[in-house]
Design a protein around this ligand. Structure first.
Ligand code: SAM
Ligand code: SF4
Ligand code: F3S
Length: 441
């Protein structure tokens, strides 16, 4: 009998990639995906631990499932991802409704865990074993290709920023073998992917026997089916000259550099243990702008980190004014269990909220400015799918901005030329002028 699995994913793109790959795996033991969790035989929650009440969200979600299944046969409940790693067997003790806990480096064991559980054994797997995970995932092939596909090339982090749980939930830095990644990229291209987004918690720290992210980008650039290449998330410290130079030689590398700075104040960067200064960041910016003045930057900001005074905060606002970031993320500092910053004295909540509002207002202003600058212009859009109501097409600009277009379904999977007619701070709206097969740098 066909078994149905419902997968809910929280957190970053790496979790999305993992959820797709978990599905590739459980298909082998007879599961198909359902979007309706009421008829699921297996309920999988792929969790994120980065901010706020991550743990509580998981228990709340399980409470909901319990209610829905009160009068039906209980599904197998699996918790994966970063909360699973951080909490491990504690979760099984606190919530007996959970059957299986699997951390991010143990997904190669998921089929075994499900089959074991069917013999009534609760399972907890939270070893850090990235080698076996990716060897296994490569063997079962990535069948989750879409127009824009994620491809994890690197896992984990050795940098230990004082605010961040990632080194504890994803383990030490690990770079997948170069050829393994290229095989997966070719496979995605054959299945129809046009864009590959290379992923890693520290994607530009990628180093496999001396082969770097720049080498990978150039190899993927030579795949004729691929139109666009992106990578995320980078650390300023690993923005080496070879990677900067690749913006000269790759015609498919998109001109948006997502490079989280976190704060505009050197004092705060030092307290955060970020290992870079603002002058380093500005130097990277200048080098890239010199290569291609159309390159834009996006970033992540942590607002109201303990110790941030008005001057530090203004330094962040000034950096935003200087760089004019697009498509950025900003968050109030959230103390995470087990990190150095866990017990630092928090800034008054009202101040945090006010600072966040100010930063977001500033970011939105530039976002609005850049988006409206595209009005009445013709831009390249990679069409990914239809909008939910199926009346329009959805795609992305080279800067990752959402674009809603009038046009026929035949354009899905193609890079088209589109005229932008109007915009708001996060979306462009327009119509297709003509199909267009390749970006012109
Ligand atoms: N490796 C990336 C880097 O070095 O910038 C960041 C990866 S992290 C998964 C994504 C973002 O979450 C960070 O850039 C940071 O802005 C935010 N973040 C991480 N820990 C946080 C915390 N404790 N409170 C608020 N935001 C946090
Ligand atoms: Fe977290 Fe990124 Fe710092 Fe690593 S480099 S600890 S992933 S913020
Ligand atoms: Fe969250 Fe883990 Fe990603 S904590 S942001 S799912 S690496």
């Amino acid at each position: 009998m066909v078994q149905k699995i419902f997968i809910k994913t929280f957190g970053c793109q790496m979790n999305e990639y993992d959820s797709n790959r978990i599905y590739d795996s459980v298909k082998k033991i007879g599961f198909i995906k359902t979007d309706n969790y009421e008829d699921a035989n297996c309920y999988l929650l792929n969790t994120c631990h980065i901010r706020d009440k991550a743990k509580d969200k998981v228990y709340h979600e399980i409470g909901r499932v319990k209610k829905i299944f009160r009068s039906k046969k209980k599904p197998i409940v699996i918790i994966t991802g970063c909360v699973a790693q951080a909490e491990n067997e504690e979760m099984l003790k606190r919530e007996p409704y959970i059957d299986i806990i699997i951390g991010p480096q143990s997904y190669h064991k998921i089929n075994g865990a499900i089959l074991n559980f069917k013999q009534r054994k609760k399972v907890e797997e939270t070893e850090f074993d990235a080698v076996s995970k990716f060897e296994y995932l490569s063997r079962i092939n990535n069948r989750s290709a879409s127009t824009s596909s994620f491809l994890t090339i690197q896992e984990g982090c050795d940098k230990f920023c004082h605010f961040c749980v990632v080194p504890f939930t994803r383990g030490p830095e690990y770079s997948r073998p170069f050829d393994q990644i290229l095989e997966e990229a070719k496979n995605l291209a054959h299945q129809g992917s046009k864009e590959i987004i290379l992923l890693g918690q520290n994607v530009n720290a990628y180093n496999y026997n001396g082969l770097r992210l720049s080498d990978l980008i150039l190899e993927i650039d030579s795949l004729k089916q691929i139109d666009r290449i992106r990578y995320t998330t980078s650390h300023p410290k690993d923005m080496t000259d070879d990677l900067i130079e690749v913006y000269k030689s790759s015609s498919k590398l998109m001109p948006l550099v997502h490079l989280p700075v976190q704060s505009g104040s050197d004092k705060i960067l030092k307290l955060m243990n970020r290992k870079h200064k603002i002058k380093d960041y500005l130097l990277i910016y200048e080098k890239l702008k010199k290569i291609n003045n159309n390159i834009k930057f996006s970033s992540d900001f942590i607002i109201a980190y303990p110790g941030e005074d008005d001057k530090d905060f203004n330094d962040t606002l000034n950096l935003i004014k200087e760089i004019k970031f697009v498509n950025s993320f900003s968050f109030i500092f959230s103390p995470r269990p087990g990190t150095i910053a866990e017990n630092l004295k928090l800034i008054d909540r009202n101040i945090c909220v006010q600072r966040l509002k100010k930063v977001q207002k500033q970011l939105f202003e530039y976002q609005y400015e850049i988006n409206s600058s595209f009005e009445n212009k013709i831009i390249n859009v990679l069409v990914e799918n239809q909008t939910k109501d199926k009346t329009k097409l959805f795609g992305r600009s080279e800067y990752m901005t959402s674009v809603i277009l009038d046009g026929s379904q035949d354009n899905i999977g193609k890079t088209v030329k589109a005229k932008i007619l109007r915009s708001n701070h996060n979306t462009l709206f327009g119509k297709i002028i003509k199909n267009y097969d390749r970006r012109v740098a």
